[in-house]
Design a protein around this ligand. Structure first.
Ligand SMILES: Nc1ncnc2c1ncn2[C@@H]1O[C@H](COP(=O)(O)OP(=O)(O)OP(=O)(O)O)[C@@H](O)[C@H]1O
Ligand SMILES: [Mg+2]
Length: 207
């Protein structure tokens, strides 16, 4: 699905990520773990295409761009309404407007923030913003979800809800690549754990 070959990323001359070769398989469930600054977000940004490697190649095969959902570590929430924050992830065609609105509301309800639909995005709490970012990513069908610590601001119930929603996507065949500091979460959601240390892939566990 996505193949990395000799990928290098530097920031101000310092290596942030270096991966000789790795392939993310279709339908796989990967957790990226490792200390702060070890390169997890950098890898997700490279996979999402928001960063380009300084060397090497990232080959994406058989995935349409709009089938890839990316949730950054600090998702951007616009100041307009929560509902519109979700609608921007959908095509804006005239005939599709009604179904888009229904789909957006359904996504918000799935994350249990349907009651916030009319609120300005900027007024949400940290956890509510994270739920909104999940709803926005999940409002259209995806084949790959790139998730950067997607539950870091969620309470216990919100974390379990998000994990249920992600597991449901995975059951439908969607691949997951998720950075997490939570070993339990990695074991609940992932089948492969990639351990990063100082920008390098230091270990791989399957379960
Ligand atoms: N835009 C940037 N400019 C300079 N340095 C950067 C930039 N982005 C990342 N870095 C550096 O690259 C390294 C890897 O950062 P990255 O965000 O990938 O870490 P991470 O594993 O996601 O950490 P965390 O667990 O804290 O989220 C860090 O040393 C970080 O300071
Ligand atoms: Mg990070």
């Amino acid at each position: 699905m996505i193949k990395l070959v000799q990928v290098e990323k530097y920031f101000r001359g310092r290596p942030a990520l270096s991966i000789a070769a790795y392939t993310f398989e279709r339908g796989g469930r990967y957790a990226l773990m490792g200390p702060n600054g070890s390169g997890k977000s950098t890898l997700l940004r490279l996979l999402a295409g928001v960063l380009r490697p300084d060397a090497g190649e990232i080959r994406v095969e058989g995935l349409a761009a709009d089938a890839i959902g990316y949730m950054p570590q600090f998702p951007y929430i616009f100041g307009f309404s929560v509902l519109k924050n979700v609608l921007i992830a959908l095509p804006a065609g005239g005939a599709e407007r009604r179904t888009a609105r229904a789909a957006a509301l359904q996504a918000l309800e799935r994350l249990e923030i349907g009651h916030l639909a009319a609120r300005p995005g900027g007024t949400l709490s940290g956890g509510e913003k994270q739920r909104l970012a999940l709803a926005r990513m999940l409002v259209r069908p995806r084949q790959l979800l790139l998730l950067d610590e997607p539950t870091s601001s969620l309470d216990r119930a919100g974390t379990l809800l998000a994990e249920q929603v992600l597991a449901e996507c995975a059951r439908q065949g969607c691949a997951l690549v998720m950075a997490s500091h939570d070993q339990g979460q990695a074991q609940r959601l992932a089948r492969t754990v990639l351990l990063f240390e100082s920008g390098r892939l230091a270990g791989e566990d399957q379960f």
